[in-house]
Design a binder for this molecule. Structure first.
Ligand SMILES: N[C@@H](CCC(=O)N[C@@H](CS)C(=O)NCC(=O)O)C(=O)O
Length: 208
């Protein structure tokens, strides 16, 4: 299998963490994230959206959308599990993950920020937009974990929620967001004790 991703990209990092947690080896091709240009149309044959990550399958064809890729990994390699067995808890975990994947990261994606610049916003306004979107998203995530025990997002085991949270906190720091979210930060600290998170960080030389 071959993973195409951007560097630095919180979204690509999600998939790399999940692959590492599952112990699945892939060839990884990291491309420079286009900051100001249009979507990389060189990849539309693999993903008509022109977005990464993209996972090329050995039998042909490719998978896109980080959540769909991670859920596919969960189905193909169920151990160690990233989702709990109990349906309501699975739904809560997916809700947390979607709060990041659908309602936080898309608001500060490079393509969206490029559109805001093209519409005439100053760089200060663009950065302020991104910080606001991330703060609001993370504040909601902090609330979603209010009744959930640690040390990870949803208890004693690392899960899908941590796979999405940790890269989002990384993106938050890149934009200079004030991180006053103790529950999220403690889940991040627990996750960062695991090599699957540490060894795939976007700054890690062999992650480049
Ligand atoms: N919802 C998508 C988001 C993918 C995404 O935003 N990818 C970014 C890299 S982090 C991208 O390809 N950006 C290029 C662009 O917007 O032109 C997923 O979870 O895979």
């Amino acid at each position: 299998m071959r993973l195409h991703g951007y560097i630095p990209s919180s979204v690509t990092w999600r998939v790399r963490i999940a692959l590492a947690l599952k112990g699945v080896e892939v060839e990884t091709l990291l491309h420079d994230l286009p900051q100001d240009g249009p979507r990389n149309l060189g990849h539309v044959s693999l993903n008509p959206q022109g977005l990464m990550p993209i996972l090329e399958l050995p039998e042909g064809g490719s998978l896109t959308q980080s959540l769909a890729i991670v859920e596919w990994l969960e189905e193909m390699w169920p151990s160690p599990p990233l989702l709990p067995p109990e349906p309501a808890q699975r739904a809560r975990m997916r809700a947390f993950t979607l709060a990041i994947a659908c309602e936080t990261q898309p608001l500060h994606a490079a393509g969206v920020l490029a559109r805001l610049r093209a519409a005439g916003l100053t760089e200060g306004q663009v950065q302020g937009w991104a910080r606001h979107a991330i703060s609001e998203g993370l504040e909601a995530c902090e609330g979603l974990l209010a009744d959930s025990p640690g040390p990870f997002c949803f208890g004693a085991r690392v899960s899908l929620a941590d796979v999405f949270l940790v890269p989002q906190l990384y993106a938050a720091r890149r934009f200079g967001v004030q991180l006053a979210f103790p529950r999220l930060l403690s889940a991040e600290a627990a996750s960062m004790t695991l090599p699957a998170f540490r060894d795939t960080m976007p700054e890690t030389p062999d992650a480049a």
